[in-house]
Design a protein around this ligand. Sequence first.
Ligand SMILES: [Ca+2]
Length: 431
Amino acid sequence: MRTYTPKKLAALLLLLPLAACSGQTGAPAGSVPAGQSPVQTPNAGSEAGEGTDAGTDPNEANGTDGADGKAEPGADGAAADTGNDGKSATSGSGGTGAGSGGSVTDGLTGETEIAAERLETPWEIQFAGDTVYMTLRGGSIAKVSGGRQTVQPVSLDPGVLEAGEGGMLGFALAPDFAESRAAYVYHTYGEGDGIRNRVIRIEEEPSGSGWTETAVLLDGIPGARVHDGGRIAFGPDGMLYVTTGDAQDESSAQDTGSVAGKILRMTPEGGVPGDNPIADSYVYSYGHRNSQGIDWLADGTMYASEHGPSGNPGGHDEMNEIVPGANYGWPDVLGDESGEGLTPPLYHTGEEAIAPSGIAATPDGKVLVANLRGESLTSFDPETGEMADVLSGVGRIRDVAVHDGQVYVLTNNTDGRGSPAEGDDKLLILR
Ligand SMILES: [Ca+2]
């Protein structure tokens, strides 16, 4: 395992994201018909959502990083991208770290090492061998390879709309990334005066200079300034799973004819798998308010984090075990309130809000949870239903990954709802 040090980042190379969009677009494999679900206008809503400042525009605090140097073509050409081992210890990695039975959190000191810094609103971590890729909400990808950090533009049509909680969010390298250089992203875009989201396939240029859109898997997913969901991940079955938010239309979460407020399951080409729980539907589970974290334990059990409602009553953030076809209750029930046909969470926070985002299963059967408002990394034990503190003191945390037996977290203090420290946002390795 290579280790990154701040010294190696002295030559910080940033490339401005493309302002114009010129990417090619493949034929959509799936599309949500206009009118099937209400589209939120860009200024709708004032809910605190995943943050702490009700009614403020989280974008207002963004865009302050004026660094715009040039990336060196080929700077990462020597990267040892030996394959995609994703972000989870359970996704087929040949990692040499903690094996089954060991704990990746044992012996942690609370200290962290900086693996990347000055990231502008990063969202999701992916690994390809020793190379780290991270989506940035504004619409580009940060890459750390061979001790160099660059920002890669992503050519998309339509381009990324960074509004509220939306932007370039979820990110999953293709299982055959070492050969295909392909990845999948979930991003927000504008359609008319509305906000929508889509899942697309992109490919990295051979030179590493950027990424280009190659196919649309699903577009027209209802969006809003808050509750855009956005996590994507390949499951152990090779299918792509996608979390969507209710896009501030609460009732859509209970409507299995809408893809809002759901966890979706699709083929890598964007088709509906023949064994989905609802025939001819992407819907894998429903009744979700705004899930931003999914992962699988080694035994194949799937978990999801979910944001409970802000305001009154607040809190009620959840951890759920995801079962195909199940209804997780939003907006009909809160916390562990019961209802016929509804699946209660394994854990909820009561009146407290932690705003959980990315999660990562560990080899010893725990689920690490990145908390935004909670400004912490916690460890959920599905066997006991307890949540334990692992790390705090680094501000808001958007994502967590386990790679080669080490725990990585991605801070989110530049998202407009935090207080950025020097060098934020950062990718940190727990020591
Ligand atoms: Ca629920």
